[in-house]
Write a protein that binds this ligand. Sequence first.
Ligand code: NAP
Length: 284
Amino acid sequence: MSYQIIDGKAISKQIKEECRLKAERYKAQGIEITLAVIQVGSDPASGVYVRNKKRACEECGIKSLSYELPEETSEEELLSLIGRLNADREVNGILVQLPLPEQIDEDKVIQAIDVAKDVDGFHPMSAGALCTGQKGFVSCTPAGIIELLKRSNIEISGKECVVAGRSNIVGKPAALLLLRENGTVTLCHSKTADLKEVTKRADILVVAVGRPKFITADYVKEGAVVIDVGIHRNENGKLCGDVDFDSVAPKCSAITPVPGGVGPMTIAMLMSNCVASVDLSKDI
Ligand code: NAP
């Protein structure tokens, strides 16, 4: 079967360009969109993510304020900085790069962010808004999955959608978003009795299990659309996903590659959330 490769790189570029144009229009009205990015400690992977986010802000004409705090920062100090940024009317979005050092309670920090500035969409109130169909920020990776499908003209309504993985930042919100788009959704996890039997029913299969090349051809129905959220480095230092691309792709009608699929969408949707924050903050 010939399959379509869903080009996350091209789609994310398109979204960032749309963000740039919107940010430019806001600037003309005297509104400079501003994202505060907080990093605690010097974890190299976090450093790369933070740099990429700041670079995306530059590309989109969004101002980024950078807070690089030492590893030994206390929870109180971090909460106090968040309190100041919450109160700062010039700041539209606040992003705290995770993971945090062990002396800091991540849940407490996420909950301290003003829900109107929660551009990562991790606040329980943002998650609740998604669950009940109210306005709010949607976490960036799952939001990116929906954009990939829509902009590739893949219909979600009425389709059997299966999500493998139920994390709060990917699997659960992805399932809720597919439901919002009128998919018929099944959410699987490590205790699912017969995963293969469930995934083989999927017209759209989203995989976020965090295990390299876990989904092989026998998990996938002929003609399915497969979205691979996983990111891993294999033994040769090459990137791969949760899906065994080489065996699965020939069975699909469309599939995301790793790299160049879901990955670039996460930052593009962060930019989109920053731009949306100007209006959204009035409604939530
Ligand atoms: P996570 O928090 O580790 O969650 C993994 C989920 O997969 C859990 O719900 C777990 O079930 C389920 N699972 C594990 N083994 C399974 C199995 N054998 N069968 C069925 N389900 C199984 O991971 P995450 O944060 O959602 O991330 C998932 C992957 O996406 C990772 O590779 C991560 O690096 C990647 N990621 C990519 C982006 C991006 O921007 N592209 C963003 C975030 C994450 P239980 O709940 O039962 O334990």
